[in-house]
Design a protein. Structure first.
Length: 298
């Protein structure tokens, strides 16, 4: 019997569409969640005391996250198609496998960005400018693995832009005393989960000459991840204090800390399947914090 999942939806799609859906990683929604959740935190914190988050904005940002994550994956695969052919985990990606051409992926990218622009134009002028500024990060991030051992940091700057954008979409501008600590917490979180993710490919990365924090930290990975997690938790506390959050919020921050501690303690960086499992579990981290924000606001 077929299960209801993103992967099943992609497999059930017409055959000509499937390479494009796989190109935007619709069959692997973990990354979309990790892009979307910082938006929900910001929208939740911006809600008036005693009120639920704006469901229209949550929906709009959900659509935007699917489109922009898809566009980011398309750009990444266009830059990396030659590298992807040399890595076992990525050799079957549509561009690397030759299922679609570079020109076809470029046209598809244009369509995704056009739809994402339509979503962005539903926001206020401040948010339109702020959102458009993130495109520079989206385009340049895939190049960072060729330049620095810290591409995960650049991904953090890119993936957590919604922590700024969500607040401005509700309020009309950013309250920097809240948004910057929230953004910094998201960046630290990305360094945790994407370093774990990068350990899946470290042997192939060494052979083909690309860089990552996994290769930078090596046997010290758990110490670095612990430091990033602590920085994330402290930043979340600062953001909460600056917008008068209440006990449920801090309880959620504590639960996030416990989840991260368990992830790091039980992580086996030499087992790709364990790295994937720990990476994907970060959706729970983001959802826990969002629930805490909503309850704390109420």
């Amino acid at each position: 019997p077929r299960s209801f999942s993103a992967a099943e939806l992609v497999r059930a799609a017409p055959a000509p569409l499937q390479p494009y859906l796989r190109l935007m990683r619709l069959h692997q929604p973990a990354g979309t969640w990790l892009l979307y959740l910082p938006c929900t935190w910001s929208i939740g914190l911006a809600a008036a005391p005693g009120c639920l988050p704006d469901w229209r904005m949550l929906s709009l940002f959900g659509v935007g996250a699917v489109l922009m994550r898809g566009a980011g994956c398309t750009i990444n695969d266009m830059w990396d198609r030659d590298y992807d052919r040399q890595v076992a985990r990525t050799a079957s990606r549509p561009l690397a496998a030759g299922d679609i051409s570079t020109f076809q992926s470029l046209v598809f990218l244009g369509g995704q960005l056009s739809l994402a622009l339509c979503v962005l134009l539903c926001l206020n002028y401040y948010s339109i400018i702020l959102g458009a500024a993130s495109l520079v990060l989206v385009i340049t991030y895939p190049l960072m693995k060729r330049i620095t051992y810290w591409p995960q940091l650049v991904l953090g700057f890119t993936f957590n832009w919604g922590a700024l954008l969500g607040w401005s979409a509700i309020k009309g501008s950013c309250e920097w005393s809240v948004c910057l600590p929230l953004y910094f917490a998201g960046v630290m979180w990305t360094l945790v989960y994407d370093t774990i993710y990068a350990h899946q490919d470290k042997r192939d990365d060494i052979m083909i000459g690309v860089k990552s924090t996994a290769l930078q930290f090596r046997e010290d990975t758990k110490q670095w991840l612990s430091g990033f997690s602590l920085a994330m938790l402290l930043s979340l506390c600062v953001a909460g204090m600056n917008c008068n959050q209440t006990l449920p919020y801090y309880s959620a921050v504590a639960a996030v800390g416990a989840h991260l501690a368990h992830q790091i303690y039980t992580l086996d960086v030499d087992k790709p399947e364990d790295c994937w499992k720990k990476f994907a579990s970060n959706r729970t981290v983001g959802i826990l914090l969002f629930i805490g924000i909503v309850l704390g606001n109420l």
